[in-house]
Design a protein around this ligand. Structure first.
Ligand SMILES: C[S@+](CC[C@H](N)C(=O)[O-])C[C@H]1O[C@@H](n2cnc3c(N)ncnc32)[C@H](O)[C@@H]1O
Length: 317
């Protein structure tokens, strides 16, 4: 049996073909329906390792991830335009269909970050914030209410849409700053951030993701934390997978794979303290997950459970 004969792969392939036959990926009844089907197909926990499937499937997956990214960009831009027409856009975020997912994902990221960083960060960077920077908004308004967020996006239109959402909010308009730049061109200012978040779709394939991670390793401050988004099981048809071995220059700390409607896995790593010249010469060591690294697989975001599970892991390690 060829790897494309597997029923899940066949179903994803069928949906991929339907997506490629669409006129464009802007929100519409057909676009929403096909992407909803695709997400529902890939959500159920599945032991499949998508990254190990044959070359033909990998090529389709790589194109599919780009198409998902394009559709996500259109969806965010569409809702950012609608939100921007309200007097107080931030009071209406729940019109965005996946707002509740962002609430859960941001809480999860905040809980994971809090386990590895005990004081409140004063400056965070979010790389790939997009026209509707929901992660930064949720973190800044609910969890890190005194932190300044520096949002980076390569797309000037995405940033101008995003900025428009904050003008009526006297607090967030001061704490939510936007920079238009390819993150690969941002260098010394990266050392100012205690935490850097990297959006799932910055670096859409393994090679590009590694380039971005290597760049961050070169310029982030030693000891600073990097939060990345990955994907597990069939969800890897939708988003790139982070392999902890690719986090060169970072100490891998943990990965959490949600099994509910939150699609992304959350990876946390700490910038390794090493002289920058060794990275420049390409001699940076590959830090393999050590015995302190955890693979967390919980079903809930309840912090009590998370701490309990960690305590168990600590005991057995
Ligand atoms: C659509 S997602 C936005 C994430 C989302 N709004 C959130 O809160 O998690 C990805 C964004 O990353 C941006 N992007 C992609 N590559 C980038 C790069 N090299 N540097 C900066 N931004 C990038 C894209 O322009 C896009 O707006």
């Amino acid at each position: 049996m060829g790897c494309q004969d597997e029923p899940l792969v066949q179903k994803v392939w069928e949906l991929y073909e339907q997506i490629t036959s669409l006129e464009n990926l802007k929100p519409s009844k057909d676009v929403n329906m096909i992407f909803t089907k695709l997400v529902l197909t890939c959500m159920p926990p599945n032991p499949i390792d998508v990254t190990k499937l044959c070359k033909k499937v990998q090529e389709m997956r790589s194109k599919l991830i780009r198409l998902c990214g394009e559709a996500e960009g259109h969806l965010e831009s569409h809702y950012s335009t609608i939100l921007g027409s309200y007097e107080n856009p931030l009071d209406h975020l729940n019109i965005f269909p996946y707002y509740s997912n962002y609430l859960k994902l941001s809480l999860l990221e905040f809980n994971i970050l809090s386990q590895h960083y005990t004081h409140v960060p004063s400056k965070i960077a979010f790389v790939g914030s997009g026209p509707l920077p929901l992660t930064s908004i949720v973190l800044a308004s609910k969890h890190l209410t005194h932190t300044t967020f520096h949002n980076y996006d390569i797309d000037p239109l995405a940033n101008s849409q995003a900025i428009g959402l904050f003008s009526s909010d006297s607090d967030l308009s001061k704490r939510m700053l936007f920079h238009t730049n390819d993150i690969m061109n941002v260098t010394n200012e990266l050392k100012d951030y205690e935490v850097v978040f990297l959006a799932a779709l910055v670096g859409m394939d393994k090679e590009d993701k590694i380039k971005v991670v290597d760049h961050l390793a070169k310029y982030m401050a030693p000891g600073a934390l990097l939060m990345l988004r990955s994907a597990h099981g069939a969800r890897a048809f939708l988003y790139p997978v982070i392999d902890p071995r690719d986090l060169r220059g970072f100490e891998f700390l943990s990965v959490f794979h949600p099994t509910d409607e939150v699609v992304n896995s959350v990876v946390i790593a700490r910038k390794y303290a090493m002289p920058p010249h060794s990275l420049e010469k390409g001699l940076g060591p590959i830090i393999l997950p050590n015995k302190c690294a955890e693979i967390q697989a919980f079903n809930h975001f309840n912090q009590g459970n998370m701490i309990e599970e960690l305590a168990i892991e600590d005991k057995i390690s």
